[in-house]
Design a protein around this ligand. Structure first.
Ligand code: FAD
Length: 421
């Protein structure tokens, strides 16, 4: 299949290489811009924090020794699984090797312009004007494309906990984005805020050498995990006293000299001009049809925004959804219909009490989203076993953080998995 339309993909992480693969498969001229020198995005470990060699914010949030928090059986792409190996929870280096092998296999690596930072995008005379800087040559170019696929990730712009008196804290404040290993926390009393995957993992890692760890969160139920003896759990922090004493929602106080913020990240698209019509309000990216197509300009798509999902699997489905329309195989509904569809979904979310920051959260309901994408575009859905294993693994993570990565799973058929140890 050939097609003379030109596609610009921003980022060569898990989402970008998938978008480029399907763009190429649709016969479209495909250009990927990647600001670093590698494929793999956040899976590329670096010792650096703060700024990189070009003075840009370090993108990766990877830390030393990280093993996946989901089994490899659901971390591959639907038709390109992670090769067989004894363990299910694999080291970050293996995940990175896998992403490189995917990009090589589908001819994506050759389409990537490395060290190219996208500075600005705006709609211009029916096309997308993309201003990009070649970081090594310090050269700025202006190029034009028919379609833009935004794959810049959403684990790179840290969100910090904000509560009364936080600016009077006299100790050290660190975000999980800048965590590389536990050494800087040796013998410290560390308040870890947030009990998502990073907060839970880092509370445990830090507790191995810290004096004490206070894990503060608002999970409806305390995780069943039995942490080391030097870990205590507290509700949300509500104030700071005398520079170092944190008050919690239950009225208790704890001393700490380091705060490790693990409350997540902000969606950020600094390269989108306001004319693109996309706003981000408390992590609600709006207006998007099915969480991925820009309703104002439906030739722009975003891959990978939803969270609590099987990321690579969902990215592949979203990409096939998007390219069904970009390639002209199917026509999108009108803008009004797309907006009505989105409004109806968001109304349901707000009526359940979800906040804007949960607009793109999927969790146990993720299979409804997958089915919706597949049925709407008439494309193959993800296998139900993927969601089932995701839910099982997420529960095991909460129940037994210290041992869940020893589990080994095998997928038996489209519906069933077994635990083999
Ligand atoms: P990224 O991997 O962040 O890639 C985005 C790419 O875009 C980067 O290469 C970046 O350099 C590039 N870029 C950004 N801006 C520009 C620009 N302006 N111009 C050019 N290039 C640009 N998920 C799981 O499924 N299982 C796990 O076990 C797991 N563990 C994780 C552990 C950590 C510490 C973190 C941070 C995340 C983890 N995730 C995990 C989530 C993981 O981030 C996603 O699964 C997935 O890798 C995200 O891919 P992405 O392509 O959307 O973003």
């Amino acid at each position: 299949m050939t097609n003379d339309r030109e596609v610009c993909v921003i980022g060569a992480g898990t989402a970008g290489i998938c978008a480029a693969r399907h763009s190429l498969a649709s016969g479209m001229k495909t250009t990927v811009f990647e600001q670093t020198g590698s494929v793999g995005g956040t899976w590329v470990y670096t010792d650096s924090i703060g700024k990189d060699e070009f003075g840009m914010d370090v993108h990766s949030s990877m830390y030393k020794g990280l093993h996946t928090n989901l089994p490899k059986e659901i971390m591959g792409y639907p038709d390109f699984p992670i090769p067989k190996q004894e363990k299910s929870y694999i080291p970050a280096e293996d995940m990175l090797k896998f992403l490189n092998s995917y990009a090589d296999t589908f001819g994506v690596t050759n389409t990537v312009n490395f060290y190219h930072h996208v500075i600005r995008i705006r709609p211009y005379k029916g096309k997308w004007e993309v201003i990009v800087k070649d970081l090594r040559k310090e050269l700025v170019k202006t190029l034009f494309f028919d379609y833009v696929v935004v794959c810049n990730g959403h684990y790179h712009t840290p969100a910090f906990a904000n509560f009364e008196g936080i600016d009077t804290f006299k100790g050290r404040s660190v975000h999980s984005h800048d965590y590389r290993d536990a050494m800087p926390f040796k013998n410290e009393t560390v308040l870890v805020i947030g009990a998502g995957p990073s907060g839970m993992d880092l509370a445990h890692e830090v507790s191995k050498i810290a004096e004490k760890v206070i894990l503060s969160h608002h999970l409806p139920e305390k995780p069943k995990t039995v942490f080391n003896d030097n870990v205590v759990q507290k509700p949300d922090p509500i104030g700071i006293h005398d520079g170092y004493y944190v008050e919690f929602a239950d009225g208790t106080q704890e001393y700490c000299n380091v705060i490790l913020h693990c409350i997540g990240y902000k969606y950020s698209f600094p390269f989108l001009s306001v004319d693109c019509g996309i706003s981000v309000d408390d992590n609600y990216v709006n207006p998007l049809y099915k969480h991925c197509i820009n309703i104002k300009y439906p030739t722009m798509a975003f891959i990978g925004l939803p969270f609590y999902v099987c990321a690579s699997q969902m990215m592949d489905l979203q990409t096939r959804f998007v390219f069904t329309y970009f390639s002209g195989r199917k026509e999108l509904p009108s803008k009004v219909e797309m907006q009505d569809d989105t409004d109806a979904e968001m109304e349901q979310r707000w009526s359940k009490g979800l906040k804007k920051r949960q607009a793109h959260m999927m969790g146990p309901d993720q299979c409804k989203y997958y089915t919706d994408l597949a049925e709407t575009a008439g494309i193959e859905n993800l296998k139900p076993v993927i969601t089932k294993l995701h839910n099982e693994s997420s529960q095991r993570f909460l129940d037994d953080l210290l041992h869940f990565r020893k589990d080994v799973f095998r997928i038996v058929d489209d519906e069933t998995f077994i635990k083999v140890n």
